[in-house]
Design a protein around this ligand. Sequence first.
Ligand code: TTP
Ligand code: MG
Length: 355
Amino acid sequence: LESNLCRLDSQRASSPRIIIHVDVDAFFAAVEEREHPTFKGKPVVVGADPKGGSGRGVVSTCNYEARKFGIYSGMPILIAWAHCKDAIFLPVNYPLYREVSFKIMKILKGHADKFQKTSIDEAFLDVSERVINYFKAEQLARRIKREIKRAEELTCSIGIAPNKLVAKIASDFQKPNGLTIVEQNNITQFLSPLQVDKIWGIGQKTKAKLKPMGIETIGELASYDSTKLKKKFGTLGFAFHQMAQGIDHSEVVEKRIPKSFSHEQTFDTNVSDAKLIQMKVDKLLEEVIKDVERHEFTFKTLTLKVRYDNFETHTHSTTLPFPAIKPKTFKEIAHKLLFPSLQSGKAIRLVGIKA
Ligand code: TTP
Ligand code: MG
């Protein structure tokens, strides 16, 4: 694998690319601010109603004013409320955000040779054919910012680099309303001081494993012995090492193939009734399977997520040796995964299913 990748390196070195990554700032919250000019300058949290202390659900996002209070995406809404009771709390208005997203993506697509939307507010643009150098790429990025501002009254942050990995890290580097350009000869200098979890696939767990190895920054990861990394993390270890050098050959592809489908739901009140929980799991499973089938996929791994009333969250998975085909099998697996949680007798707050 290593020698193959090295060969790929030298093959592709001859055709440098210019990749732009665009990420809208505080997307849902920014749309809400635009819709309600009186919110300007105030902390805005989108997710759920804290109901004066009895609300449920999590923060989808919040504006930068609210972030000053320590509020962030995924935080339970009541914790956010405890951080800032005066913030404006709003429910999630997906239809509106989807519409805005569609219009932004249309603008972006018009400026790309190859275009890849990666989330509701993020996309990669390969502009290698249409701009000849980074100076021209910067001009294009500024134009994109102006167009999004004019059309949707929103700001975004942009990263420009020779590959997707570095472009994405760059767009996050000076948020909000940032523009960060990292040319090939600056990649090492740019990446070295950053924390390892900026690398794709390195989350809190891997970060914790790397720390005792003396690896906290991307620079430290890049200079670590790749054989040892491979030993510890398998092929992933080698991939981490490559990415830490700023190497990424992945193409900007029009349509990303989803790797998983999932649905989850927070109960209105915590539930310990086994029957009710099972029914909810069955319902979520049905929705997930519908998604899988609609996309003409199959799956081998089914994961159940359970969050108890004390917010302790567990996931349990089963991987079949072959893709599952019978709905009855899925149900059996889901019930088996759920069984220990039901046995525990603990009240459950949220359940989720992923295929
Ligand atoms: P992000 O781009 O991750 O966040 P953001 O646009 O709100 O803020 P930033 O300025 O840091 O880019 O996600 C885009 C939208 O996706 C976000 O506005 C709300 C939604 N979202 C969730 O619903 N839950 C989540 O956990 C995250 C991270 C995002
Ligand atoms: Mg964003």
